[in-house]
Design a protein around this ligand. Structure first.
Ligand code: UDP
Length: 261
């Protein structure tokens, strides 16, 4: 749902669009239904995804704020949009894995679903033209993408987020297999202080979620692997988290999601 007095887009991403916010140092994060995979090679639409991801991400960011993880989230605006703080995004994607899946299986020849001795943290340089290459902590420090103390904060927060979200999803009978996080900086010039905050989104686009009992995939792998039923899987995740009251199918097959909260 677009606002009437829409300001100009600042950034058009694959699954989201950012607009100038109504207050200083804010942005409007708009969630779209478009989906891409394999570095933009596969493109499509997951009907109703934007509404669901907006809702799920709002819920998870709010829960994380409640346990003391600073995030960019300010408040929900409408079905597809949320107000967030304008942060300088750190160009490093942080991936945390609890079970083997995705690129790690391909790269290392590990069976999908293999259990890990302990969670694995990985870093990728955010650059589409390079295909987001995997990097090490030494690259991050050497190329100045994060200061050593910033990297420590990011790692600590990621482990805390993993513990918390693994429990939260387990309560919804979902395994948190892996996920990707992005962090940003807020610079308080007067105090000469920099705060690291969790940014971007947390949703079935950025997490792998498997049904606890059947291991059925309930995330973007349904789209990546042409498994079908992706819209229904996203809706089911939202339903299990208690975020959807009713889901109804309408006319042209576009799913329409009704919310109560
Ligand atoms: N991920 C993401 N954006 C990316 C790359 C990965 O949100 O650009 C998420 C992905 O959904 C999964 C986790 O990070 O939950 C680990 O992804 P992986 O490295 O296995 O890569 P993929 O198989 O998605 O290419």
């Amino acid at each position: 749902m677009l606002q009437k007095n829409r300001k100009k887009p600042i950034y058009e991403g694959k699954a989201k669009c950012l607009y100038e916010g109504p207050e200083p140092d804010t942005l409007i994060q708009h969630f779209k239904d478009s989906a891409t995979a394999f570095n933009n090679e596969k493109k499509g639409t997951i009907s109703g995804k934007g509404v669901i991801n907006n809702r799920i991400s709002e819920y998870l960011m709010t829960q994380l704020e409640d346990i003391g993880i600073p995030t960019h989230f300010i408040r929900g605006l409408n079905m597809r949009e949320q107000l967030v703080r304008h942060v300088d995004i750190i160009p490093v994607e942080v991936v945390m894995r609890n079970l083997a899946a995705g690129s790690m299986c391909k790269r290392l020849g590990i069976a999908e679903g293999a259990s890990l001795y302990s969670p694995i943290i990985e870093f990728y340089y955010k650059d589409d033209s390079l295909g987001d290459p995997m990097i090490t902590e030494d690259h991050i420090i050497n190329f100045g993408w994060m200061a050593p103390e910033e990297l420590e904060i990011v790692k600590n927060q990621t482990y805390r987020i993993n513990d918390f979200l693994s429990g939260l999803f387990a309560g919804a009978r979902l395994k948190l297999v892996d996920f990707k996080l992005e962090f940003g900086r807020i610079i308080f010039e007067e105090e000469e202080v920099v705060q690291i905050v969790l940014a971007d989104e947390i949703s079935p686009d950025t997490c792998r979620l498997w049904d606890m009992d059947t291991n059925e995939k309930m995330d973007k792998d349904r789209f990546r692997q042409d498994l079908g039923g992706e819209a229904e899987a996203y809706q089911e995740v939202a339903r299990r988290l208690g975020l959807l009251a009713k889901i109804k199918e309408e006319g042209d097959g576009e799913s329409n999601v009704e919310e109560i909260k």
